[in-house]
Write a protein that binds this ligand. Structure first.
Ligand SMILES: Cc1cc2nc3c(=O)[nH]c(=O)nc-3n(C[C@H](O)[C@H](O)[C@H](O)COP(=O)(O)OP(=O)(O)OC[C@H]3O[C@@H](n4cnc5c(N)ncnc54)[C@H](O)[C@@H]3O)c2cc1C
Length: 536
């Protein structure tokens, strides 16, 4: 018989949810239920690093878009968010970055997230980590999450580092170490040439625990509240028109992601009262900050044509793809072992910034991600993103129906400074690709193209081609209970309610200066200690 009552119910098996399922069920006396709307990750593309090339094109995701972006000439951007066990960690580009200590010190000092300074969070990054190279002040090994360097980098990557040095940007062997500045290889969430998602790293090793239940293809419709306490969730399983109530004896832990978590709270009647009333959801708990404070990195990119087959574009031909597959099967090397974005770095658009404010991702090909042009001849892509945006957006409901897509408004470039610095970052990316060291590999820039010179030209280009960097955070932000814009207190409890926490990327009050998977895993690791009473 299926249980309908558990100690903890976790609403989303993404990067954070799988970590929590593992950590909470480590105590055999605690009954844990992990619910995930998406399905299993059996398909090999979720495990072979180069499978990322398919991931932003619809597989394992919700299929959401933004609302028209006012400051990007009303363009609607595709907004890939994971719907699969492991969440973003199953479909992401596998870059393992943490940002800089000041990011977390800002959480504590500027946003009131007491206990989340870098000194506080570093042990959780290390606890998660099974780093294959480093064991030092910044890195640990023996944790669940495989972290390793690229296995088969290409010669163009080394030339990219030299090009940086020609511009005064040093080589950096570890962006997660003492300094973030420079170009270099990214550490990747990979182990033994396979993706190390939280599904693989945290869930699979413990899926036989009798006190852990994992239910896939199950949509949490709402959190049920009785007298100010979360008592369980209402769910709908695929293929059934009926909903079911599942009781949580201790807590409901919301881990549905930066878009999904505020969406779920709003459907549960927790959020800004005026908005809930406007869409016809009965107000249970007026909490104005739910769905506010959305922050994301907006990505711009340069695409150049190569002088020959220097990137992985040639593997779009079926016979070459077959050879790549064989190389991978036999030797765990070659193109299929590459996440296609394994090289990049951090530098300054604002020379006075406290730490790098631009991040680069070198894409070993063209057209790797949805919405990015593919060259007819072999190409290379250099993405640049401004890392500390001041623009703030929202997640709102389109209707009271939990099955309806939410209204996602990152509000990119609402603050003009974000636009100026992002365009400076794009110019830097162009400069890097034009350096002498890359002449052997790079024939000519094709996008934006030499004719696009002025800020106005590059703004036009950005309006037509910019894309999300997939780093939304902030919509259920941590902050002091006295601040009306906070959603959770530093121990991740929803303000004003009992038995309910949020523990995923949505609680980050400010987007860190990096990709957001490792920070989310850190949040979940620390959340487990809060929930289990190991922190005050
Ligand atoms: C395409 C892509 C590429 C990225 N590349 C990188 C990268 O290279 N490096 C990096 O560090 N970061 C990257 N990121 C970002 C990173 O993966 C995310 O920040 C991280 O996964 C967020 O974790 P989360 O647990 O907050 O949410 P998610 O991992 O999105 O998990 C939320 C889960 O909840 C489920 N869910 C939502 N609503 C419900 C509901 N009502 N009922 C049941 N289940 C529900 C979802 O299906 C999902 O599985 C990328 C993200 C994407 C999408």
């Amino acid at each position: 018989m299926r249980h309908t009552e558990f100690d903890y119910i976790i609403t989303g098996g993404g990067s954070a949810g799988c970590v929590l399922a593992n950590r909470l069920s480590a105590d055999p006396s605690i009954q844990v239920l992990l619910l995930e709307a998406g399905g299993a990750d059996h398909h090999p593309l979720f495990h072979v690093p180069a499978g990322f090339a398919k991931m932003t094109k619809g597989i394992g995701s919700w299929g959401w878009n933004t609302v028209p972006q006012t400051h990007l000439k009303n363009r609607v951007l595709s907004y890939t968010q994971a719907k699969i066990i492991g969440g973003g960690s199953t479909i992401n580009a596998q870059l393992y970055t943490r940002g800089v200590p000041a990011d977390y010190d800002d959480w504590e000092h500027d946003a009131g997230a007491r206990g989340w300074s870098f000194r506080d969070v570093l042990p959780y990054f290390k606890r998660a980590e099974n780093n294959q190279r480093y064991a030092n002040e910044y890195h640990g090994y023996g944790g669940p999450l495989g972290v390793s360097y690229p296995i088969s980098p290409l010669p163009i990557c080394e030339a990219f580092f030299q090009a940086g040095q020609e511009l005064g940007i040093p080589f950096n062997p570890d962006f997660n170490g003492a300094h973030q500045e420079g170009l270099g290889y990214y550490q990747l969430t990979q182990f033994n040439a396979r993706r190390s998602s939280t599904s693989v790293a945290y869930l699979r090793p413990v899926e036989d625990r009798p006190n852990l239940t994992v239910q896939l293809r199950t949509h949490v419709m709402r959190v049920v509240l009785e007298n100010g306490r979360a008592t369980g969730v209402e769910v709908a399983s695929r293929g059934s028109a009926l909903t079911q109530f599942l009781r949580a004896r201790r807590e409901v832990i919301v881990t549905s992601g930066t878009i999904g978590s505020p969406k779920l709270l709003l459907h549960s009647g927790i959020g800004p009262a005026a908005h809930l009333s406007a869409v016809g959801v009965p107000v249970v708990h007026d909490l104005p900050g739910v769905g506010d404070n959305l922050q994301d990195h907006l990505d711009l990119f340069v695409i150049a044509e190569c002088t020959g087959d220097h990137t992985y574009d040639k593997y779009n031909q079926p016979h070459r793809a077959a050879w790549a597959g064989l190389q991978y099967l036999l030797w765990k090397k070659g193109p299929a072992a590459s996440s296609l974005f394994e090289t990049g770095g951090f530098w300054y658009a604002d020379k006075n910034a406290r730490s790098p404010d631009i991040q680069f991702h070198l894409g070993l090909g063209s057209g790797i991600e949805a919405g990015v042009a593919r060259m007819r001849n072999p190409g290379v892509t250099l993405n640049s993103a401004y890392l500390r945006p001041r623009s703030r957006g929202t997640v709102r409901l389109a209707s009271a129906d939990p099955a309806a897509a939410p209204l996602i408004d990152p509000n990119y470039w609402a603050d003009a400074r974000d636009r100026e610095l992002a365009i400076d970052g794009l110019r830097l990316a162009r400069e890097i690709l034009r350096q002498p060291a890359l002449k052997r590999f790079v024939m000519a820039e094709r996008l934006p193209g030499d004719a696009m010179k002025t800020d106005a030209d590059l703004f036009e280009f950005a309006c037509a081609h910019s894309k999300t960097d997939y780093h939304p955070v902030g919509t259920c932000r941590i902050g002091p209970a006295t601040d009306r814009t906070s959603v959770v207190t530093p121990d991740l409890r929803v303000i004003g309610l009992e038995g309910l926490r949020v523990a995923d990327a949505s609680v980050m009050p400010l987007v860190p200066s990096c990709n957001t998977n490792a920070p989310t895993i850190m949040v979940a690791e620390k959340a487990a200690d809060h929930i289990l009473g190991r922190l005050d």
